[in-house]
Design a protein around this ligand. Structure first.
Ligand code: ZN
Length: 334
């Protein structure tokens, strides 16, 4: 009969020290513990919990474990100190597979694999799973903290420096709901960058004065800041293209700005270059890396060793700069 070995296996997974509560005086503690036990050991199938209840533990000694829950979770496991509710999918496949995404853990298993084997595989993979879940959570909270609150005094990164957004209602009479998207001189009057040379170390020395009424909506503030950043991006990218094109002996023909969610840059053999305007958040040397990268494509249209040595000929430290181009380093724009 397969059941006894199955029992042994499942108990081993929990350290093998699970003993049934037999002492009647422990009854109250045992009952108190039911809720905690249920969440702790759900991975044990019903037949197990019926046979061997987990040891009674004083509630105060039970640390609240870290919980990771997939929104479509249909099974749970305790992995070290963490309770992981995961999505289990059955399908046509030969092995048990694990994936950790923004939602959490998904376990894919062949239809014929019994549940206890899946639980065992989850336990065996527990270090990897918990590390990946923690990474995903850290990344998510970093993204959250990067969300800009569009109001007076908010900080926006520009060329690697923090810029304080100042809502300047003194000039608000020049604005209209569509002003932020207008172009040319009038738009330039909408936003002005000021530098405070006297700023204390560690205090942002740049302020961006936006001509809007004090009660302007967050969307209007965002649009005004974005319009200004995009104008700066266009101006600075052109300047950098003109600086590096002669060094690489290439000719660029047209610059267009792309938006968030796409790549940092692309180059076509006709000499047209697309750069993501959000590069303007990074310091100049990182922007320069992308500019040199795209210009180098006008000489070598692939990522072969010849391409990278072209980049390196202009920018020996390109690898370090490339490493700083992480999209989670820039704020969310919504
Ligand atoms: Zn490339």
């Amino acid at each position: 009969m397969a059941l006894p070995s199955f029992l042994q296996l499942t108990l081993d997974l929990f350290g093998g020290n699970a003993a049934p509560v037999v002492d009647a005086s422990n009854q109250a503690a045992g009952q108190q513990n039911i809720a905690g036990a249920a969440t702790e050991n759900v991975a044990i199938t019903v037949s197990i919990t019926a046979v061997a209840s987990p040891p009674a533990e004083p509630l105060e000694s039970v640390m609240r474990p870290a919980a990771f829950a997939h929104p479509r979770a249909n099974r749970e496991a305790r992995l070290g100190d963490s309770i992981v509710a995961f999505e289990m999918r059955r399908g046509k496949r030969k092995t048990i597979g694990f994936s950790v995404g923004a939602d959490g853990l998904t376990v894919s298993a062949p239809r014929w694999v019994p549940l206890y084997e899946i639980d065992k595989a989850v336990q065996e993979k527990s270090r990897w799973i918990v590390a990946k879940l923690q990474e995903a959570r850290e990344r998510q909270s970093k993204l959250e903290s990067n969300r800009i609150e569009w109001k007076d005094g908010t900080l926006v990164p520009f060329l690697g420096e923090q810029v304080i957004v100042v809502i300047d209602s003194r000039h608000a009479y020049t604005s209209s709901p569509h002003a932020a998207s207008s172009r040319g001189l009038k738009a330039d009057a909408q936003a002005q960058l000021h530098t405070d040379a006297q700023a204390l170390p560690g205090v942002p020395r740049l302020t961006l004065h936006i001509s809007l009424p004090q009660d302007a909506s967050p969307e209007r503030i965002r649009d005004a800041v974005q319009a200004w950043l995009m104008r700066q991006a266009k101006r600075i990218f052109e300047e950098r293209l003109n600086l590096y094109a002669p060094q690489l002996k290439v000719q660029w023909t047209k610059l267009s700005l792309s938006s968030a969610g796409t790549r940092w840059g692309t180059a076509k053999s006709d000499g047209s270059i697309r750069l993501n305007w959000r590069l303007i958040h990074f310091r100049m040397s990182v922007i320069d890396y992308v500019v040199v990268h795209e210009l180098s494509h006008l000489r070598v249209m692939d990522h072969s060793p010849r391409f990278w040595s072209t980049v390196e000929s202009i920018m020996p430290d390109y690898a370090a700069l490339r490493g700083q181009l992480k999209d989670d380093a820039i704020p969310r724009w919504e």
